[in-house]
Design a protein around this ligand. Sequence first.
Ligand code: DOR
Length: 444
Amino acid sequence: MKGMVVRGATVVDSSGVRRADVAIDDREIVAVESSIDAAGGRRVVDASGCLVLPGLVDLHAHLRDPGNPECETVESASRAAARGGYTAVVAMPNTDPPIDSVEVVRYVQERATRAMTEVAVAGTITAGRKGERLAPMGEMFEAGVRLFTDDGAGVQDALLMRRAMEYAGGLGAIIAEHCEEARLAYRGHMHEGRWSSFLGIPGIPAEAEEVMAARDIALSRLTGCRLHLLHISTTGTLDLVRKAFKAGLPVTGEVAPHHLSLSDAEVASYDPQFKVNPPLRPAEDVRSLVNALVSGEVVVATDHAPHPADSKELPFDQAPPGMLGLETALGVVWTVLTSGSGLSTGLDDMPVLSFEEAAAVVVEAMSVVPARIAGLEGAQGGTVRAGSAANLCVFDPAATWVVDRNRLASLSANTPYDGRKLTGRVRHTIFRGEPVVVDGEPLR
Ligand code: DOR
């Protein structure tokens, strides 16, 4: 059998929107035309009523491999990613052991050869993620690493961060910071504000994030190093990013779907499924983040963080922070953008986008720009046209579905969206010219 035709969809990419069929041979798109027949025995993939987008690219996924195979593996995470419409993910290095050496980089790369998406490996900034001395970034760069981060914690020592940025800048790599000033965040478990006072749970102030974001933007100015701010959650951090843009600094930022859709009011349930770091913030911040997404100032990254079921059954202050994200990201973002409201009460008054407008935001913020930041452009995040790599997400913008934590491809179940209704569902995912998800189900 030779190739396939994705038929009946509306193609959306950076060049615009058009009704077209897409023919794929081997790993490449060979034609995008208003009507393509299946001559030559091409397989037909039905995409009527769907949008064909470039495959999504996630800059921030915790694959838990090596170290926690009961939570997730490279393979299971890539299955979850494919189901979410992703064709590439960046594997975060806070594994056990951390990805702080060429040996561990190679281990993850080897596992990635069997994955259902491309997996780009991130390395740590500091040895053992201990924040004391630099990891061998040059050697890891040689092995293919393009993004360095101690995510899970921020690099606390400003001088060490300066050296990391000088070094990474020289390599042409990117430093991705988990902005959290540890002393300010010490022993906090949720956003510090009205709800934390009411619930009696110690809080983490917005300033714990903003102080470090300001420091690292200043260090980007000092060193010239590219800086990517992970999981931005506050209005204040967005203001800092805007100032950095104005000054022409090489700074980018991402926002997680949970920060675009849920507020700290969810913590009133004391349910640790709503515990995440940085924490869910008040409605005003959620609104600022959605506006920043709509105006193209930030990209979306999942911060997919699997945790074992028993750990999320502990009391709120003892449970680990983190939420699954890969399988729900596009549905959550689509629901927010097209309904004008988040998924927590009181999150209305947000911009309501048409399908075309929302699709344009998704293409830029979930595929094109993340691919560029991760250094994956070429194979990922391109335009859907003859000659491009065949990495595609076929998305049904009108399908509604209810998230069921027991029916996820991830090995973990810690989604905050269990039982919530979302609009917009990934129908098929095509990776390197092969359908890996068909009608919502992974093929392996
Ligand atoms: O909530 C979080 N969980 N935030 C992080 O930065 C790390 C992540 C994890 O690895 O579980």
